[in-house]
Design a protein around this ligand. Structure first.
Ligand code: ADE
Length: 296
């Protein structure tokens, strides 16, 4: 089975892309869409077996060159090696998609130091390594496009403070780099997915997907292909004038819906509105009509 991209066949012919976290979920969908449009893709993650299976599968399904590279993005030397291997094999790096990341659900007060640091190191420092090494080893000289996958953290991220902080930092980093590296022909943007139906959903508490669907304006979860379409747009010539931006693909979830339950107080609040809550000067009350209301 192959996917049908809405973009023109051959759009990314002979382009070279690195997709981190490209063996599963959203990253796999992104790698697949790029491959389907003609790109050579290096998929990178820490887990060799799933990488090899995905690379073999995509290569066979699309008669394409998909290379698996084991890389822990937290480790600078491994990121350097990822770019060295990509350049050796394909001779250039046109696109970098920073999709690799991870987090776990926990109330803020019980997150350990180690757990917090791990999420920051992967989602923020790892993404930083990918951006800076991409620039140093190729893009400052030749240009290129970078897309980082972040998250729906616009109203904070209750239950995942570590990833909310890291992803917000990645959005800000993209804004800075879009300016500092504009003259080099580097465009850098983010895509912020909401709740997306992938295998990764199994890592969260049961029932979370159902609950999420109810609290999303579009009343459903997104698909990995809906995220990969947004990434493809930003990498395509149609996105050439877009840099430092973050495109939300979240069904409106960042705008509406309860994402954390705050218990009601034992005594429900009693709110009585006096005729003139901001009482200062009697003549002001008269001027705004409040005096009449108090007499009524
Ligand atoms: N995906 C999740 N964590 C990762 C890491 N540390 N390196 C690369 N890909 C990842």
């Amino acid at each position: 089975m192959t996917v049908q991209s809405i973009f023109a066949p051959g759009l990314f012919r002979d382009r070279v892309a690195i997709v981190t976290g490209g063996a599963t979920g959203i990253g796999l969908a992104i790698a697949e869409e790029l491959v389907s449009l003609g790109a050579h893709v290096v998929i990178a993650s820490r887990k060799a077996q799933r990488l090899q299976i995905a690379a073999r599968g995509l290569s066979a399904d699309y008669a394409a060159q998909v290379a698996p590279v084991v890389c822990n993005i937290r480790e600078r030397a491994q990121v350097e090696a990822l770019f060295d291997q990509t350049l050796q094999r394909f001779g250039k790096v046109d696109f970098v998609v920073n999709n690799g990341g991870g987090q776990f659900f926990s109330p803020a007060q019980t997150i350990t130091e180690k757990g917090f640091q791990a999420v920051i190191e992967t989602n923020l420092t790892g993404t930083w390594h990918m951006c800076q090494v991409a620039a140093q080893k190729w893009m400052l000289e030749h240009g290129g496009k970078i897309v980082s996958i972040v998250a729906d953290m616009w109203r904070g991220f209750p239950g995942m403070v570590h990833t909310g902080a890291a992803r917000a930092a990645v959005v800000n980093m993209a804004q800075t780099l879009a300016v500092e590296w504009a003259a080099a022909g580097i465009r850098i943007n983010c895509v912020a997915p909401g709740v997306i139906l992938t295998t990764g959903m199994h890592n969260y508490p049961p029932g979370m997907a159902q609950l999420a669907a109810r609290t999303i304006p579009l009343k459903r979860l997104g698909t990995a292909q809906e995220v990969s379409g947004a990434v493809s747009y930003l990498l395509s010539p149609a996105g050439d004038f877009v840099t430092g931006a973050t495109l939300r693909v979240d069904g409106g979830a960042s705008l509406w819906g309860e994402n954390w339950t705050i218990p009601d107080p034992a005594q429900p609040p009693v709110v009585e509105i006096p005729p003139w809550p901001e009482q200062r000067w009697p003549e002001h009350a008269a001027a705004i009509g409040a005096a009449d209301k108090s007499q009524a």
